[in-house]
Every structure is written in C-alpha cells, then in structure tokens.
Design a protein around this ligand. Structure first.
Ligand code: AMP
Ligand code: GLY
Length: 462
C-alpha cells in the first residue's frame, strides 16, 4: 500500500510511525513532511495548503490513500478536489469540515441536533455583542467564528476583558474575515477531554480519550500555546448511575458532583456517553443536510456536573493528542481509512468491542518547544538528541529542519514531542520527562507535569 500524508508536524510524524508499525512494507510519501518523517517516508516539498501542488503530486504518485493531517487543507476543499479526480482520500469535505472552520455553523448544527453545548449568540456588531456579554455575565467566552490558528478564543474573566476581545475581533478585525462573526458564549466549568472518533459518516470507532495541556508552564500557568503535552487514556469524573469504577476502584469526593452520586467512570462510559449524546446526533444532522462527515471527528468535551458538553469540534486528529493516542491504538488505521476513502462503510470495524483493540497502557507526551515560544519562537538552534532511545519512547518531530551543514535545527514553536508508553501513568510521565530533559538545544522549554490531574486522581483513588 502506498500512502500520501499531508502535513509536516508531530501529528503527521505519529501517523507515519503508526502506518509503518502496522505494515512494515507500506510506501509512505509526505508533503511537506519533516526530518523525522523523512526517516519513514519520502518527503516532497509541497505545502499542506497548496491544493494544486498536492493534486499534481497525487496524480504522479498514485497513492492508494491520502491522509490529511491539518485542518487548513480540509477547509480549502482538498477532499472535494481529490474526489473529483477519483483519488482516494481520507477526511471530510469542505462542507463537513465547517464543524471546525465555522464555529457559528457548529453551534447552529448542535442546536438543531439537540447536542449538549454552552449557550451562545452569534454577533457581527460590537454593541450587540457587548450587550450579550452583559446578559451572560463574567466569566464569558468570546470566539471568532472562523479559523484563527488556535488564537480565536478568549475566556474573559471580566466584562472589560470581554469588551476588549469583542473590539479586537469586530472593530479592529485582528483575525480578518475569520473574526467578522463571533460567538458570545456561556462559560462552562469542568475538565476538558479530547475524544476522537474515526467515522464513515454513520458508524464510528473511538480512539482513547486524551487530554491536552495548553499552558506553557507547569501547574497550567503562563500563556496559552498550541499544546505543551497530552496523555491517554483519561478517566474523568463523570456522573454515572451504575457502579463504574476507575483506576483504583475508588469513589470520587465532592466538587462538581455535590448532591449527586459521582464516581470515577471507566473511560468506556465516557466514550459511550459522548457517542450517544454528541457524535451520533451530529453525524445524523450532517447526513440530513446532505454533507456527511467522513474522517476523524474530534470532540472537545467539557465534563460538567450536567454531563459532557461540547467545547469545540475539530475536523481532524488533535495535535499533540495524536502523539499520545496512536502508540496505544491496537487496531490498524490504514485499512479503515482506505475503506472510508473508498466510500465504503466501516462495517465490521465498529463491532461494539472496540475497547479490546486498545492497549492497556498509559502514554504521556511531553512537547519540547523552542526558545521564545509561544510569542516569538526562535529558529535555527542546533538540536542534539540522546544517542539511545529507551524502549517505549517515541520521538516525534514537529518543528525541526536540516541545516545546510546537515545538523538538525529548530524550525518552529513546538520542536519535538516525546511520547513514553508504560504500564503505569507515573512511569510514562517519568520516562517522557527524563527524555525531554536529555534533549539539548539552546533555550528549550518543556513541562514536567503532563497528566498531573490524572496522577492526582490515581493517588486519591488508591
Ligand atoms: P476552542 O478553540 O474552542 O477549543 O477554545 C479554546 C479553549 O477555550 C478551550 O480549549 C477551552 O479551554 C476554552 N473554552 C472554549 N469555550 C469555552 C466555554 N464555553 N467555557 C469554558 N471554556 C471554554
Ligand atoms: N490539541 C488541540 C487541537 O489539536 O486542536
């Protein structure tokens, strides 16, 4: 099988690793790829947003399958263009990718499908938006509707902050057209979990739940980033009426569940709840509109006292969640993605026993970022990797490049993602952090506490 991977970050390196792991004979091509991906694939210098260039590459390479990593080419209609030329491609059409590329569309879709999410109003005029923020009261969330490179959301602790965000988006147009339409949204309390579902538009197969860590510094302090690490699986506190038990079989204490029975749920409980209340009605609503979603639907969930609610949809796999999830995924992606790309139904892949196909281990991914990230990431620092990589450690390249001298150098904000897989979460974190600490380049930044919430739960449950 020949597979073309579109993209050149840590997520795409993890995809390339997974495809090679499940089929040593796979022929991989990546556009544009990166030096890490280059150890597994032939990298071609075509940008992920150059749809004409990617079409030309696919016409000459004739891959059996193209997999699209990032959202931008999906929003640009790469799937529509490939399909028109009968090139097998895995991912949603531009119309279905609107679940991510238009937050206003996603909100309207959820409302029509009865999917639990925060209340929100759509606004294009600053004075109306400010009034809506006052009706909801602080804290309140202001969101640009369009794609804004992960920067379009302000969780405003005060009305003054909300006003500033509204003004920046609607008056100063800091996000251009992406912020010409905004949502003024109710603030939800709870813990966030990333749930990814591989779907043919109707049937679905879940990946393990993961949790991203957006802040730069330990303790979830410092500025927001594209994601400084992730772990899987996640056992959040969800309300269950049955006796589902968590890692140590213990019962949770207090907090968001006052007056209601709250327990550590088995992660399967959360996946099934989200599939039933969120994924199935969303997929059905998209089918009804004539724009079925085939690809990976990423559901950013807030686990609130009233149950899981949608924070956001993404139309592709998460970064860095993918780097934590794929090393634990026991089923083969390529045959399922190829079937979906060919317009076939997932069929036997979705058999109600999916959880047996996931490995019973833990993964912690620590991102190693460049000096100055996230404001002004410095590039060109020479990277030295440890000479040996312990068993269970995966070093995924994100922002790296080869200098003319042949040296590996930093070339982006997030430079490397180090995933450690181990039988216990504590070991996975320890090994991931130790390896990240042993990587050398000037000004490197990394967190040492990825999975801290989960480790706290494990400690309390034992
Ligand atoms: P998004 O780009 O939609 O994922 O939003 C970025 C981040 O803002 C999310 O990961 C949440 O941490 C936070 N956020 C977004 N919407 C809400 C909300 N309604 N309530 C609380 N936090 C939110
Ligand atoms: N980790 C969040 C995202 O991929 O959007």
């Amino acid at each position: 099988m020949k597979v073309l991977i579109v993209g050149g970050g840590g997520r795409e390196h993890a995809l390339a690793w997974k495809l090679r792991d499940e089929d040593p004979g796979v022929d991989l091509v990546a556009a544009p790829g990166n030096p890490g991906i280059g150890t597994l694939a032939r990298c071609r210098p075509v940008a992920a947003t150059d749809i004409d260039g990617l079409l030309a590459l696919a016409e000459s390479e004739r891959p059996d399958l193209t997999i699209v990593g990032p959202e931008a080419p999906l929003a640009l209609g790469i799937v529509d263009r490939f399909r028109a030329r009968r090139l097998p491609i895995f991912g949603p059409t531009a119309a279905a990718a609107a679940v991510e590329s238009s937050k206003v569309f996603a909100k309207e879709l959820m409302r029509s499908a009865g999917v639990p999410t925060a209340r929100a109003e759509r606004h294009t005029r600053a004075d109306d938006a400010r009034r809506a923020a006052r009706e909801l009261g602080a804290p309140v969330v202001i969101k640009a509707s369009g794609l804004a490179a992960g920067k379009g959301v302000t969780v405003a602790g005060t009305l003054a902050e909300a006003d500033a965000a509204i003004d920046a988006m609607l008056t100063q147009r800091v996000f251009g057209a992406a912020g010409a339409e905004i949502l003024v949204e109710e603030h939800m309390e709870g813990e966030e979990v990333s749930l990814l579902f591989l779907t043919d538009g109707e049937g679905w197969l879940p990946f393990l739940p993961a949790q991203d860590h957006k802040r730069l510094l330990d303790g979830d302090l410092g500025p927001n980033t594209g994601g400084m690490g992730a772990y899987a699986p996640v056992y959040p506190l969800v309300l269950t009426t049955g006796g589902a038990r968590g890692p140590g079989g213990g019962q949770a204490a207090g907090g968001a569940t006052d007056g209601v029975e709250g327990r550590w749920a088995d992660w399967r409980t959360l996946v099934e709840l989200v599939a039933e209340r969120i994924v199935e009605p969303t997929l059905a609503a998209l089918r009804d509109r004539g724009t079925p979603f085939a690809g990976v639907l990423y559901v950013g969930v807030m686990v609130t006292a009233e149950g899981p609610k949608v924070v956001e949809f993404n139309c592709r796999m998460g970064d860095p969640e993918t780097q934590a999830i794929l090393p634990l995924t026991g089923f083969s992606l390529a045959p399922l993605m190829r079937a979906v790309a060919m317009g076939e139904s997932l069929g036997a892949g979705v058999d109600g026993r999916w959880h047996r196909q996931l490995r019973r281990e833990h993964a912690v991914t620590t991102v190693v970022a460049a000096a100055g990230y996230p404001e002004h990431a410095r590039t060109g620092d020479v990277i030295r990797l440890p000479s040996t990589t312990p068993a269970g450690v995966h070093v995924f390249h994100a922002g790296t490049a080869r200098a003319p001298s042949g040296e590996l150098v930093t070339a982006g904000g997030r430079v490397l993602a180090v995933t450690a897989v181990a039988p216990t979460l504590a070991d996975a974190q320890r090994v991931s952090v130790a390896y990240a600490g042993a990587i050398e380049f000037a000004g490197k930044q990394y967190r040492t506490d990825i999975a801290w919430r989960e480790l706290g739960r494990h400690a309390r449950a034992s």
